[in-house]
Write a protein that binds this ligand. Sequence first.
Ligand code: CA
Length: 234
Amino acid sequence: MIQNKYKILLVEDEANIRNLVATMLDTAGYQTILAESCSIAKALFTSYLPDLVILDLGLPDMDGMDLLDFVRKDSLTPIIVLSARTNESDKISALDRGANDYITKPFGSGELLARVRAALRNNRFSADEGKLPGGRFTHKELVIDYDARQVFINEEEIKLTQTEYNILALLSENCGKMMTYASIIKAIWGSCVQEGSIKKLQVNMANIRKKLGDKPGEANYIANELGVGYRLNT
Ligand code: CA
């Protein structure tokens, strides 16, 4: 059944990290394709058409951002950025240039595999259900009825304002993807980030999370990466 395995292109120049991540992925049943530079990765991406790319940003020949642009030119293949950079602006620019998510080194196997599953699910969702008008989104006890613009938890309707509904629907259409503040603000209010707009988003988001019953420190529906954005967990 090897043909049915998901193919993951892992782009990382440091041999010990590359081997470690490859072992994590192999053990979990994924097929890994390894690249140690941007140019090798471009060639392998074109010939193997992987289901997912895990990309280190600091590569010897080119910046990992070049590979991001190369993949995004004509494909929606999910990309998880692997980065030692703790700088928020690097993460935000990678996300705004089309990366689905990022993981900061060092990370554990559990965290990596959760992000991989979420990114693969996100891709299936956008490829199938996400393109249909209306329809439903379901995850754990959460159900979103896009036609009726209604939200339920355990079959009980959750009353949201129009803006709160629009934000939740947007996150669900991109479930598993980290959405930056700027991308949410642009999609909901059609404007660029201005003074007060992040605050406005945070207030709406706090209300949504409260209504969904999200509590700090628990396995929640919505994850908040401070200074970066929000993700609807899958
Ligand atoms: Ca590196």
